[in-house]
Design a protein around this ligand. Structure first.
Ligand SMILES: Cc1cc2nc3c(=O)[nH]c(=O)nc-3n(C[C@H](O)[C@H](O)[C@H](O)COP(=O)(O)O)c2cc1C
Length: 173
């Protein structure tokens, strides 16, 4: 998940891996009683750092040319500074990509996962001591495979969700 891409390599995502039973019980209550939160092996609380652009010098330190690096730092800072809605979009975007990476990695290790947004954000924030400048992205429940879902899920038709060239174009079949 740390290797997931992020815009300008800002790496907004931060993770709290909750394994402690008492904390998972508290999280379950904050998730409106959803039982998998307590019964799983661990819950990963994925968060995003809103002012990740302040780390720009550190995350761009691999750029060898100092002049190029300085220009990049200036550009990236200007791109985000004073734009709270965009900062939030980016934190959610990077955090979501990192979440999917985590779920795929877990699946490849034989684990099952469930992403979740069914929670009271204020309560989850308190339980994991969310820093002021972070946003909650989602929770990911991780565990060993159980008996499986009681019924299969479905997806909307391909031709409805994937269009050729423009979103009013013909649907892919
Ligand atoms: C952002 C997001 C939030 C979700 N929140 C919950 C949740 O709170 N509780 C839950 O049991 N499943 C949650 N899910 C799982 C979805 O219900 C599930 O992915 C969807 O119904 C499709 O099922 P499938 O992925 O098993 O095919 C969430 C999924 C996503 C992507």
């Amino acid at each position: 998940m740390r290797l997931s891409p992020s815009s300008f390599n800002l790496q907004h995502a931060r993770f709290a891996v909750v394994r402690d039973k008492a904390r998972r019980v508290a999280l379950r209550a904050a998730c409106y009683g959803q039982r998998h939160v307590e019964e799983c092996g661990a819950v990963v609380v994925v968060t995003g750092k809103l002012r990740a652009h302040e780390d720009v010098e550190r995350v761009q330190q691999h750029v060898p040319d100092p002049a190029h690096r300085a220009r990049l730092v200036k550009t990236i800072t200007g791109y985000y500074e004073g734009k709270p809605a965009f900062q939030r979009d980016e934190a959610i975007r990077s955090g979501s990509l990192a979440s999917m990476t985590l779920m795929l990695a877990a699946q490849s290790m034989g684990l099952v996962t469930c992403p979740m947004i069914g929670f009271d954000p204020a309560k989850v924030a308190e339980i994991v001591r969310l820093p002021e400048d972070h946003v909650l992205v989602m929770l990911i429940v991780l565990g060993k495979p159980g008996p499986g879902a009681p019924f299969p899920t479905s997806r909307l038709p391909l031709e409805e969700t994937v269009k050729l060239e423009t979103l009013d174009g013909p649907g892919l079949r």
